[in-house]
Write a protein that binds this ligand. Structure first.
Ligand SMILES: [Zn+2]
Ligand SMILES: [Zn+2]
Length: 341
């Protein structure tokens, strides 16, 4: 009989239940991982409510696409990983066959599958993943911070698809959520010196200014964004903040639309200004080939994560966060097995 484990199963849209399920069987080119930590993000919120994330999640499914853990077993064809390795998982599995994969843009893959979205993820004690998306961690990187390698990698991908990034540029980050805080640190690592961040609460902004060594913070409930910037990172995903992002762009600026809007959402912009300022306005989709850079950012200490992982949850607390019956402020990380080191 198969071994059993505890899992948080999304049985249908807007419902999750702790269930006893079989451990995943290990396929030839896959590994089974004992979950240490699993991060919860806006994508999980979308999936829980039946909206698409990077792909569709069809219940019953076990979410959790931001994962770290320890390898429990390896398939017969696994080459580089072994039992006991501390790892993090890039959830996105590209087909390698479609037009976009074959033209070097796997993030646009037509057949994207993802751990914790289209197949079971880390909101259970043990999950499986193909070896090619599993990354071994250096000793300097904790399992707790490693569960955020996926969101870090999404920000790193944004940096990779930008045109020139160089120290003279001034940066505006719109929003002060978890991704905004990651961007503030990653921008510095990529050489940008002058960083302004917007938010909605004076106390939080004051704290963020100090922790993230920001040049300026702006509370947009009280003040206008007066200056304009060479690179703008929209990290909220609402029409009003998307409008702010374009309006705050210098001539020649790059405006990165990172925040995920609702499907069908639109915003207004002055297209003459787009022409006159020769603006680049760009979206950023997931995170191919970014995990090694993200691991280096954590290992070097250039990006610090644990101070910003505001809430450590148990598996049975996840539904309350997603359905807002017990809402949390700040990043939520599920400590599935915090005893793993
Ligand atoms: Zn995520
Ligand atoms: Zn593809």
């Amino acid at each position: 009989m198969a071994e059993k484990q505890q899992a948080l199963v999304m049985t249908e849209v807007k419902n999750m239940e702790i269930k006893e399920v079989d451990l995943p069987a290990v396929k030839a080119d896959e590994v089974v991982i004992e979950t240490a930590y699993a991060g919860i993000c806006g994508t999980d919120n979308a999936l829980f409510n039946g909206l698409p994330g990077s792909a569709d999640a069809v219940p019953p499914i076990i979410l959790g696409h931001e994962n770290s853990g320890v390898v429990k077993s390896v398939g017969a064809d696994v080459q580089y990983l072994k039992v006991g390795d501390r790892v993090a998982v890039d959830p996105n599995i590209y087909c390698g066959k479609c037009h976009y994969c074959r033209t070097g843009r796997p993030e646009l893959c037509e057949n994207l599958s993802a751990v914790g979205v289209t197949r079971n993820g880390g909101l259970e004690q043990y999950f499986s993943a193909p070896e090619r998306v599993v990354y071994k961690l250096p000793d300097e990187v904790s399992l707790r911070e490693a569960c955020s390698l996926e969101p870090i990698s999404c920000a790193v991908h944004t940096m990779k698809i930008m045109d020139e990034i160089t120290p003279y540029q001034t940066a505006l980050i719109i929003g002060d959520g978890y991704m905004a805080k990651l961007f503030a640190q990653i921008l510095r690592a990529y050489g940008i010196q002058n960083i302004t961040m917007t938010g909605r609460h004076d106390d939080l902004l004051a704290q963020e200014k100090e922790q993230l060594h920001l040049n300026q913070v702006i509370n947009t409930t009280k003040e206008k964004i007066e200056k304009s910037y060479d690179v703008v990172f929209e990290c909220v995903g609402k029409p009003e903040t998307q409008e702010q992002a374009v309006q705050a762009a210098n001539p020649g600026a790059q405006v990165m639309m990172f925040g995920v809007g609702a499907p069908g959402q639109t915003f207004e912009m002055n297209t003459y200004e787009v022409f006159k300022k020769q603006l680049t306005i760009k979206g950023s989709m997931i995170n191919p080939n970014a995990f090694e850079d993200s691991i280096a950012l954590l290992k070097s200490g250039a990006v610090k994560i644990e101070p910003f992982q505001a809430n450590l949850l148990r598996l049975d607390e996840v539904q309350g966060v997603l359905d807002h019956s017990t809402p949390k402020v700040g990043k939520c990380v599920v400590a599935v097995n915090p005893n793993l080191k």
